[in-house]
Design a protein around this ligand. Structure first.
Ligand code: ZN
Ligand code: ZN
Length: 627
């Protein structure tokens, strides 16, 4: 996943000025009136600016997380947010209907679709899904406070002041929340209690620690400390109240088929239905098993010598995977092993001419900052768009302080083979490369309402593309371990659908993950826990990947002997983090750039894609583990 720290507010101002400047230029340049088409595109762009500011006003926490800091000190009461967002959706769907969608530029048309989808999803969220009744984790507001405290976007005293003002609404917030929660899902109630019990440290401890280090005058500090104490007490009271209403007879954690289908449509924005996605995943599992059995039989003598080959073919695969997993670095070398791979990946992409890498945007590898620590693995952080000297970081976790068994089990999972796949997925040509391209796509909407399935799908697609180009020297070991990694993505999708749209039991799920996806018991149990507190997000990796591959096939056919992989990759990435189905529409229709399409002459805005909203509330700093 991608961590964001940005100054969207600044960007917005610059963007709006940029647009005004542009339309003025155009008038002068052409010495006449704007065409209807240009007028439509210009007014649509102005509408987008208005839409975003209103959006942030109603979602201050989300605004803070994308680096828009105008509303940092605001905490909106849940019932007020529900009412205002519902009204916002209704009135904006109406405004949107006045724009002639088909006469907008290709880029604006994608934005139109993204905004419309967001608004419809909002109506559905409050009107049909109603998670505010049964999911108490939606009232865990600590993430927003943690962001203000940890991200150094403004001087400490300023951020402490926002924190302090924001806390003022906490008592009213939880009073309101208690009125909304009804018959909550027990698993989600437990999760909310855990998260908030642990998270309250941010308010009670971290905030107060930062206060002592700040220049805030003593009398003011006293007031701030008192408010923090009172706020922590309110949060504890809320979790205590949750314990009293928690019941095993609460709503089932399974979403149910019809809500699942709808959520899938709004969040994945796929051309496929959830059933079609599931069928494709089942097919893919069969295909991978065949591949893996073939590769494992081939590798058997090399790793097992004369040992008798099991009669159960999946057991052969399990044994070979077990043997290959023993090849891994020592805990102390974990970070440096990752660092050493990055330049090798760049060199390979260049050598095989898979896509152009922008040399002016290097990836800086660093040790994970303390406040992100706790999870090993790796993640990408990108700077605010107008922080001229801002770097894109590859945060690498360390295994310092891990006990021996835990480190060993982790390193077997991230063995010599999968560690390379992890780097491909996170960095090159995965998330980091996609991010650099997305930053060149001139649309705030595409970065704010960006599509998680496209982002994750690209990273998964990138792994296979590298192996197909010969990365890893075409070794069967590398291919087998990638198959296992790919199978995880596939089984995530099967699991999610079977559990939420069907009735798969815990026992069946564990069997699928351990026997058919070759996962360790602990990993499988963790996955069961995750699927019982989330829905749809687990399908994003496979769905995006599957759709990109389908698109590439069609594109190949269309281009015939003019098809080049590099050109496909670059063109695909050029649209920003938009849903694959819209990119497909743009890539497969031979469209001449319309004059209103500002792609070429807009000031370069560096937008960042966002992880899907569902992930936002349960921050997972590392993507590798998050899959
Ligand atoms: Zn070992
Ligand atoms: Zn990822």
């Amino acid at each position: 996943m991608i961590i964001s720290a940005r100054t969207l507010y600044k960007l917005l101002l610059i963007a709006i000025c940029g647009f005004t400047f542009l339309s003025a230029c155009k008038k002068d340049g052409m010495g006449g009136e704007l065409s209807d088409e240009e007028k439509n595109n210009d007014s649509f762009t102005r509408y987008e600016g208005k839409f975003l500011d209103e959006l942030w006003k109603l979602n201050p926490d989300w605004a803070t997380s994308v680096g828009y800091h105008k509303y940092d000190s605001v905490l909106v009461l849940p019932s007020e947010q529900k009412k205002k967002l519902t009204d916002f959706a209704k009135s904006n769907l109406d405004s949107l209907s006045h724009y002639p969608q088909n006469e907008l530029s290709a880029s604006n048309r994608m934005d139109f679709n993204l905004i419309q989808n967001y608004l419809r999803k909002t109506e559905w969220t409050y009107g049909s899904l109603k998670a505010y009744e049964w999911d108490p984790t939606s009232y865990n507001i600590i993430g927003g406070f943690a962001y203000i405290l940890n991200e150094k976007y403004a001087p400490l005293s300023e951020r402490l002041q926002s924190f302090y003002e924001k806390m003022a609404a906490i008592p009213a917030y939880y009073k309101d929340a208690q009125k909304l929660v009804k018959n909550p899902v027990p698993e989600l109630t437990d999760l909310a209690i855990d998260q908030m019990t642990g998270g309250v440290d941010v308010i009670e401890k971290d905030f107060i620690d930062s206060l002592t280090k700040s220049s805030v005058p003593d009398p003011k500090q006293k007031l701030m400390r008192e408010r923090a104490k009172a706020s922590a007490a309110v949060i504890r009271n809320f979790t205590a109240w949750l314990k009293t209403i928690r019941s095993d007879k609460g709503r089932s954690f399974r979403l149910g088929k019809s809500l699942y289908d709808e959520k899938f449509n709004y969040e994945i924005e796929s051309a496929l239905t959830s059933q079609q996605m599931f069928n494709a995943a089942v097919e893919r599992k069969k295909f991978l098993h065949k591949e893996m059995i073939k590769l494992s039989k081939e590798l058997w003598p090399k790793y097992m010598g004369d040992k008798k080959i099991p009669s159960d073919s999946l057991a052969i695969v399990e044994d070979i995977i077990g043997a290959l997993s023993l090849k891994h670095v020592e805990p102390a070398q974990f970070q440096s092993a990752i660092e050493k791979q990055i330049p090798k990946l760049s060199a390979f992409v260049k050598e095989k001419d898979l896509l152009t890498m922008d040399p002016s945007k290097p990836l800086v590898v660093r040790r994970e900052p303390a406040y992100m620590a706790g999870v090993a693995g790796a993640s990408v952080s990108s700077p605010g768009p107008y922080e001229k000297n801002g770097n894109t970081y590859y945060n690498v976790g360390s295994l310092d302080g891990w006990d021996k068994d835990r480190a060993e089990s982790y390193l077997r999972e991230y063995n010599d083979y999968t560690l390379q796949i992890l780097n491909i997925h996170e960095a090159i040509p995965g998330h980091y490369t996609q991010l650099v391209y997305a930053n060149k796509a001139p649309s705030l909407i595409k970065s704010v309402l960006g599509n998680g399935a496209m982002v994750e799908g690209w990273a998964v697609y990138g792994e296979e593309m590298m192996l197909d180009a010969g990365y890893g020297g075409n070794e069967p070991e590398m291919r087998l371990m990638w198959c296992k990694w790919n199978l995880r993505t596939v089984c995530n999708a099967i699991l999610d659908y079977s559990v939420h749209a069907g009735s798969m039991t815990r026992e069946q799920a564990l069997k699928l993950l351990t026997k058919e996806a070759f996962q360790q018991q602990a990993e499988a149990e963790g996955k069961w826990k995750r699927v019982s507190v989330s829905s749809v997000q687990l399908t994003s990796y496979f769905t995006g990947y599957h759709e990109i591959k389908l698109l590439r096939e069609e594109y190949k056919k269309k281009m015939a002997d003019k098809y080049r992989l590099k050109e496909f990759n670059e063109k695909f990435l050029s649209y920003g983090s938009a849903p694959v189905k819209y990119i497909k529409e743009a890539m497969l229709t031979n469209e001449v750039e319309k004059p209103g399409d500002k792609k070429a002459d807009q000031p370069e805005e560096k937008n960042e894609k966002k992880a899907p909203k569902a992930e936002e509330k349960k921050p997972a700093k590392t993507d590798s583990g998050a899959q």
